[in-house]
Ligand binder design. Structure first.
Ligand code: GLY
Ligand code: MN
Ligand code: MN
Length: 435
């Protein structure tokens, strides 16, 4: 957890933007993996952003209309029999102290307290994501209050996503957030270097996955920020290939899209390299097209440029490159207009990055693409995917290439947080030789 003042400042900004609204948030529910064992617990990102609280079983009310208790945390109460299994829980007094809450209460009190807080609010903001039971409860409670408006005189006009406020806030990272993201990026970058140095034909994809993920944890990360992709040969052309079970064959290209989460912040890196340490002619031809587009987009990323401008630049360079090497036919304008490039490039150039790997925040505002501002962090990840069933020239089939870096927009340009992993062909080949 960061300094409690950081979360308090965020809550004060939230309160300013909510007016007389109230934020009533539930922590992420635990998720069962098999029978009675759960997936490792990961707090809801908006809940964490506003509270710093990472334990399961929590909720909170941030209520500017309550002078005495503007911030109440609801937590699992102390219970020695349960704590023997899952670890010590803070007392309510300790919770208040540690998280800067005005009070802490038993989670069993949450729903009644939520109903009371709603009654004096103009609007209810809550997390509308994966906890359906919580969403229905909130909707039901707002509905109950609306039925009593004639007698009570007022009540919340509606239920809205907390994201309507927090997702805009989360788009701009502060100095501490960038430090954590840089650390996540550094851990991931060194893991990619290790994987390149470890790789040799005959290994299995999961063995490279093990190298990466063991390094994430060894360096203090929480583990992977998303399910690791290690695809060799034709598997590299499957965008979300996560089985990672196949044998790596001499001549394959390997696409690794894997990165660590550190102190709740994600990184996101993709590199593609030859299993035997040397790019073939066909692999090199496609790789150079992707690399040229990726470097040009990064060079263009600065305040005032729109997200769509970056995608348009990326697309044009990929299309021109694919025409040059004979992967596509026609003119660049035709290919872009008819979208025939979609056979080989079918995703966007990047996405916001932060607490979530696909971080919250809009890409459009009032019909226009969002313009980059200092503090934004996003990925730049062009790719070309020619699967083995494609009608492309035979020498290109079975080649999938993506190159992905994490870009932080500064006052005058940007900083590549993941520049520590090589991506030039000569750099990759020499790193792979230095086993
Ligand atoms: N690793 C997920 C993505 O690149 O979007
Ligand atoms: Mn990505
Ligand atoms: Mn990725």
């Amino acid at each position: 957890m960061l300094n409690p003042d950081i979360y308090n400042n965020r809550r004060q900004r939230l309160i300013k933007l909510m007016g007389k609204g109230v934020a009533i948030l539930k922590g992420a529910p635990e998720q069962i993996r098999t029978n009675d064992t759960e997936y490792p617990y990961r707090q809801d990102s908006d809940f964490y952003y506003l509270t710093g609280y990472t334990e399961p079983g929590a909720a909170c009310i941030i209520d500017p209309n309550n002078q005495e208790h503007p911030f109440t945390l609801f937590v699992l109460p102390q219970d020695p029999k349960k704590e023997v299994w899952t670890g010590w829980r803070l007392s309510f007094a300790e919770t208040v102290e540690k998280f800067g809450a005005s009070q802490a209460q038993d989670i069993a009190e949450f729903e009644a307290a939520a109903l009371t807080a709603m009654k004096t609010s103009s609007r209810v903001y809550t997390n509308l994501n994966h906890d359906k039971a919580h969403q229905y409860k909130m909707l039901d409670q707002v509905g109950q209050i609306r039925k009593e408006v004639q007698r009570a005189g007022g009540g919340p006009e509606g239920l809205e996503s907390i994201g309507a406020i927090t997702h805009g806030m989360r788009l701009i990272k502060d100095k501490v957030e960038i430090e954590l993201m840089q650390k996540a990026a550094d851990i991931s970058a060194s893991a990619h270097c290790k994987a390149m140095q470890t790789c040799s034909p005959g290994m299995y994809e999961y063995q490279l996955q093990a190298v990466l993920e063991s390094h994430f944890v060894h360096e203090g990360g929480a583990g992977p920020a998303y399910t690791s992709i290690v695809g060799a040969g034709d598997n590299a052309t499957v965008l979300h290939y996560v089985k990672n079970r196949d044998k790596i064959v001499d001549g394959d290209l390997i696409l690794i899209d894997a990165a660590a989460e550190y102190e709740m912040y994600a990184s996101d890196i993709t590199r593609t390299f030859p299993a035997n340490g040397k790019f073939s002619e066909a692999q090199r031809a496609i790789y150079e097209v992707v690399l040229k587009a990726q470097k040009a987009v990064i060079a263009a990323a600065k305040p005032g440029v729109s997200f769509q401008d970056l995608h348009d630049l990326d697309l044009r360079l990929l299309v021109e490159g694919m025409l040059e090497i004979g992967l596509l036919k026609g003119s660049a304008d035709e290919v872009i207009k008819n979208e025939t490039y979609q056979d080989y490039f079918m995703h966007k150039t990047g996405h916001w990055l932060g607490l979530d790997v696909h971080d919250m925040g809009n890409y459009m505002a009032d019909g226009d693409s969002i313009t980059l501002k200092p503090g934004m962090v996003f990925t730049v990840e062009p790719g070309i995917y020619v699967n083995s069933k494609s009608k492309a020239p035979a020498r290109f089939r079975g080649i999938g290439i993506r190159i992905e870096d994490d870009i932080f927009i500064t006052k005058n340009g940007n900083k590549n947080l993941t520049a520590a992993v090589p991506k030039e062909i000569s750099e990759i080949e020499s790193l792979m030789k230095s086993k």
